[in-house]
Write a protein that binds this ligand. Structure first.
Ligand code: MEV
Length: 338
């Protein structure tokens, strides 16, 4: 690609955040999980420039990387450790795309997110997916399909936590309600666009997915039989949940969510604040509630119907917790025509 071809074209892409309805943590060890993309998005825009890679996010993080001809990182000015942790994997993703193109151009990336970071709603995965799609659509060998974007995004997310099951990037790319297992891949849950609705509540306690995944790993290493029993129960819960979703048995689904939460408590990845929020949601009329994602604080997912949603939301807000209503997003990655 010719250096003089730098155009002012701005490419955009967006990807939804996600919730895990069933099976988080156990999915890392090839048990099934059920995930849904939710109606909150991360948007990325990208524009070629002369030689630097700059990445800026509206959560106050920014970094600038010099981009050498060899594609090697030639130096960086990264605001702080938080920026580095969050943005370095995105830098590597962008750099790899540019290097494959054999270009010496740089790129400016801007990220704007409505998916709260660090609470298990797939913000890192949605960023990786949206950035991969936006940057690639500036390049001649534009990643032609969602599967390719998902692959690149998953590689990048594995730089954030190396044991990633790949489930988050998958659902953020394809959207909808899916069943996923690490070795058997995914299947769409034939749901005729089920209007499941949720309250997603923020415990206010940020977590590190990588640390919680390694906590679960240590549990597995030191209590293998107990871990295997929990994983078997998680598999059964997930299988029953598939039936409950298909037959629209919300009571059963809620009950299975409660059971799944109790497995995660036993695994040691819940948090006092998470349990408190689960109780608030259930007492206010949620059909079921559990931690969602990695745990250790983070987000709580409550299944709720009709007017119970408002009651739950106001009880949570009265106690000082932020929350929002969410439905399932069936679009996944969106790349608007430029
Ligand atoms: C994180 O959202 C979900 C985990 O199961 C990790 C993973 O699947 O990579 C905890």
């Amino acid at each position: 690609m010719d250096r003089h071809n730098t155009s002012s074209k701005i490419a955009r892409a967006s990807a939804p955040g996600k919730v895990i309805l069933f099976g988080e943590h156990f999915v890392v060890y090839d048990t099934p999980a059920i995930l849904a993309a939710i109606t909150r998005r991360v948007e990325a825009s990208a524009k070629l420039n002369d030689s630097k890679i700059t990445i800026k996010s509206d959560i106050g993080l920014s970094a600038e990387y010099a981009f050498g001809n060899s594609g090697e990182r030639a130096g960086s000015s990264v605001q702080d450790q938080a920026s580095a942790r969050f943005l370095d994997p995105l830098y590597q993703l962008v750099r790899d795309l540019l290097v494959k193109e054999n270009t010496t151009h740089g790129v400016e990336v801007e990220i704007s997110s409505r998916v709260t970071h660090g609470i298990g709603l797939g913000s890192s995965a949605a960023c990786c997916v949206a950035v991969a799609a936006a940057v690639s659509s500036l390049l001649p060998s534009c990643l032609s399909d969602k599967a390719n974007v998902c692959k690149i995004a998953t590689e990048s997310e594995r730089l954030i936590h190396s044991n990633s099951s790949g489930a988050d990037c998958f659902v953020c790319t394809f959207g909808g309600l899916i069943q996923y297992s690490r070795n058997r891949g995914f299947s769409n849950i034939e749901s005729n666009h089920h209007p499941l609705s949720f309250i997603v509540a923020d415990t206010g306690v940020k977590h590190s997915t990588a640390e919680l995944v390694s906590l679960a790993k240590k549990f597995r290493e030191s209590n293998r039989p107990q871990f295997d029993n929990l994983a078997n129960e998680a598999t059964q819960i997930c299988n029953q949940a598939l039936g409950a979703i298909k037959s629209r048995n919300l009571e059963k689904l809620g009950n299975l969510m409660n059971q799944n939460h109790s497995l995660l408590q036993k695994l040691g990845v819940s948090h006092q604040r998470t349990d408190q929020l689960v109780d608030i949601c259930l007492n206010a009329g949620a059909i079921g509630a559990k931690l969602t994602g990695a745990g250790g604080g983070g987000a709580v997912l409550a299944l709720a119907d009709g007017s119970a949603k408002q009651t739950i939301a106001s009880k949570l807000r009265d106690k000082g917790f932020s929350c929002f209503e969410a439905e399932i997003d069936y679009d996944g990655l969106k790349i608007p025509a430029t």
